[in-house]
Design a protein around this ligand. Structure first.
Ligand code: PGA
Length: 251
């Protein structure tokens, strides 16, 4: 059985004080949950302070991006070692906003992923089609390209520390969730791709999160789908009550 994983992607939101307030509330609400992996992903500036509060808790810390070089003249970038130093156990790579606004390619996602894994982070790798791609019947091709390109050269062993997130871009921050059936269709397709790239056993073990307007009132039906193993939550992760309810809805 795959253990559910709910991750909050805070994006470019929350000052240090706001982050501390949010995570204190989450600790209160989620203290006794031990059957779901709970992850929060604050902006870089709040990582250390959030780590102080989460290090002895059931909430794990994630960053939203990482650079593949170890150190040096790469202004504005942050390395795996720096993220570990700040307390991160996870990092998100390949988010659609990175792909869309920062021209991130599969190749760059793959380099980030490999560097993060080599440095001992668990990695949430995002894939997903935009609206025109879905409407023109290209969703499966795009997903295949993202999955194959992002995971290029990884071993079965590497996959122990990889979580995939299917995020249809048309459902992110729009209030339009993919129906549980639409999510399941793509998740099942992704698992088939993983079987082709690795093997059946590896594919069966990898967790695939759904992301895109996940809310307390749709998490349960999404989680009921066979290949949906959790959620990557944006907007609703910024509120103590809604994120807590989503985590509880995934049990
Ligand atoms: P949303 O964002 O929940 O606000 O739609 C999801 C994401 O981008 O990870």
């Amino acid at each position: 059985m795959r253990r559910p994983i709910i991750a909050g992607n805070w994006k470019m939101n929350n000052t240090i004080n706001e982050a501390v307030e949010l995570v204190n509330g989450l600790k209160r609400e989620l203290d006794n949950i031990n059957s779901v992996d709970i992850v929060v992903s604050p902006p870089f500036t709040a990582l250390s302070d959030v780590n102080e509060l989460t290090m002895d808790s059931n909430i794990k810390l994630s960053a939203q991006n990482v650079y593949w070089e170890e150190k040096g003249a790469f202004t504005g970038e942050v390395s795996t070692a720096m993220l570990k130093d700040a307390g991160c156990a996870y990092v998100i790579v390949g988010h659609s906003e990175r792909r869309q606004y920062f021209n991130e390619t599969n190749e760059a996602v793959n380099k980030r992923l490999k560097a993060a894994l080599a440095g001992g982070l668990k990695v949430i790798v995002c894939v997903g089609e935009v609206l025109e791609e879905r409407e023109s019947g290209k969703a499966f091709d795009v997903i295949k390209d993202h999955v194959q390109g992002s995971l290029q050269g990884l071993s079965k062993l590497d996959m122990n520390n990889v979580i995939l997130a299917y995020e249809p871009v048309w459902a992110i921050g729009t209030g339009k969730t993919a129906s549980p059936e639409q999510a399941q269709e793509i998740h099942q397709y992704i698992r088939g791709l993983l079987k082709d790239i690795f093997d059946e056993e590896t594919a069966a073990e990898i967790r695939i999160q759904y992301g895109g307007s996940v809310k307390p009132d749709n998490i349960k039906e999404l989680m009921q789908k066979e290949d949906v193993d959790g959620a990557l939550v944006g907007g609703a992760s910024l509120n103590i009550d809604s994120f807590s309810a989503i985590v509880k809805g995934a049990i």
